[in-house]
Design a binder for this molecule. Structure first.
Ligand SMILES: *Cc1c(COP(=O)(O)O)cnc(C)c1O
Length: 420
């Protein structure tokens, strides 16, 4: 049945982030339920990463499934150009109410990368609409990840990122170290004193740089970024695509710092892992910079499937669950259990760090020599965990049971102890 032997089992698929010549055969998923992934060969894996951090209520949650099914019967899709609909109106209202401050204008898109592109475009045009020219650059950070499209590649970590190859083809931005202390803030102050007139916005992931290696920073770093933006008259964009919806312990990571960014991007867990949907949400003053008698001051962007009613219905149902069930309490309990059960990894060979924030547990290795073998060993333990670079990490569904989580942490300990 396979059209291609490279690797067996992939058929005609071109898989993401994959050297197709040397990759291990992909596993064939047949069904999902809660925190389990059923394979076509009958094996069942406990899921440790919630499908790239999306399935925060576990898979196939009946409340989300019912909402999507009802919406499917009524109206699977309609264009948002000139038409609006209840699922999108309701979701925008709810996001505005949940987000801090006056973050209350919601622009929908269909993927995280596109939401970041929209946020960048908003920031660039914000200045143009106000008659300020020449603010074409962003200040972004080492370790950062904001997507795989061309504009977002340019604001990822230039070396660690998966995009160094394209350096010559990308716009040049300022990529600096996050300001962890006064000295770091002073460095950025000096940079912006010289270059600030060419900068439109500061862009960062709050509290956790996810795909860059699950690197954590203190809430104070975000307060420093807010201060720097204010001092130099810049917009602050926070990319909450990974952190949004409870992952770090608060509904949005920026809440932990008590700051309000000018634009925020959300996606990943927005629909509870059901459908593709993202949003760039702007504060009032950003939105107002686009109001004018001049049609050219409008935001000229409009993904075909933006605000898809099925996806909005899924997102509304996901937000129902955050209200009806104590998700943030579950995140706190997961954090405690991750700390207790991953801490013993510190003494295992090759482990250089163990860290936990909210429902994110990370075991950092000095190196992972044979990634294929490590991944296979984890599957053999009955768990779905995808180590990358030098880390093994867990980002389970918030609904995982203590026993399910214990299976995940024990698999990591077993596999690392056997790897000596
Ligand atoms: C995953 C991610 C993106 C990109 O989202 P896609 O839906 O894959 O395009 C952007 N920013 C952050 C912080 C992410 O974690």
């Amino acid at each position: 049945m396979d059209a291609s032997p490279l690797p067996p089992g992939a058929g005609r698929l071109w898989l993401p982030y994959t050297q197709m010549q040397t990759a291990s055969p992909p596993l064939r998923a047949a069904w999902t339920e809660g925190c389990r992934i059923g394979l076509a060969d009958g094996r069942v894996l406990i899921d440790g990463i919630a499908s790239w951090w999306t399935a925060c209520h576990g898979y196939n949650h009946p409340h989300i499934r019912d909402a999507v099914t009802r919406q499917l019967g009524r109206m699977p899709h309609v264009m948002l150009g000139g038409l609006v609909h209840e699922p999108a109106l309701t979701l925008a209202e709810r996001l505005a109410a949940l987000l801090p401050g006056d973050l209350d204008r919601v622009f929908f898109a269909d993927s995280g990368s596109v939401a970041v592109e929209v946020a960048i475009k908003m920031a660039l045009q914000y200045w143009l609409n106000r008659g300020v020219r020449g603010r074409t650059k962003l200040l972004a950070f080492r370790g950062g990840y904001h997507g795989d499209t061309l504009a977002t590649m340019a604001v990822c970590d230039p070396e660690e990122g998966m995009h160094a190859l394209f350096a010559g083809a990308l716009p040049q931005h300022h990529i600096a170290d996050l300001p962890h202390d006064d000295a770091g803030e002073a460095v950025l102050d000096r940079l912006l004193a010289v270059e600030g007139d060419g900068v439109a916005a500061i862009l960062a992931e709050p509290l956790v740089q996810g795909a860059g290696g699950m690197l954590f920073h203190a809430p104070d770093v975000l307060r420093r970024l807010r201060r720097l933006a204010d001092r130099h008259g810049l917009l602050l964009i926070l990319d909450e695509i990974f952190t949004g919806f409870g992952r770090t312990g608060t509904m949005f990571a920026c809440e932990a710092a008590g700051i309000v960014p000018d634009i925020v991007t959300v996606s990943k867990a927005l629909t509870g892992g059901t459908m593709a949907l993202s949003a760039a949400v702007a504060r009032t003053h950003v939105f107002e910079a686009f109001l004018s008698d001049d049609p050219a001051h409008a935001l000229m962007h409009g993904p075909t499937y933006m605000g898809n009613p099925l996806a909005c219905a899924a997102a509304n149902a996901s937000l129902d669950l955050f209200r009806a069930e104590d998700r943030l309490g579950q995140v706190a309990a997961i954090a405690d259990q991750l700390r207790a059960e991953l801490e013993p990894c510190r003494s295992l060979p090759g482990v250089v760090d163990v860290r936990v924030l909210g429902a994110i547990g990370v075991v950092q290795m000095a190196e992972i020599a044979d990634m294929n073998r490590l991944r296979a060993a984890l599957v053999a333990e009955g768990v779905w965990i995808r180590p990358f670079r030098t880390i093994l990490y867990l980002t389970p569904a918030f609904t995982i049971t203590p026993a399910g989580l214990a299976t995940l942490t024990s698999a990591i300990r077993t596999v690392l102890a056997a790897a000596r």
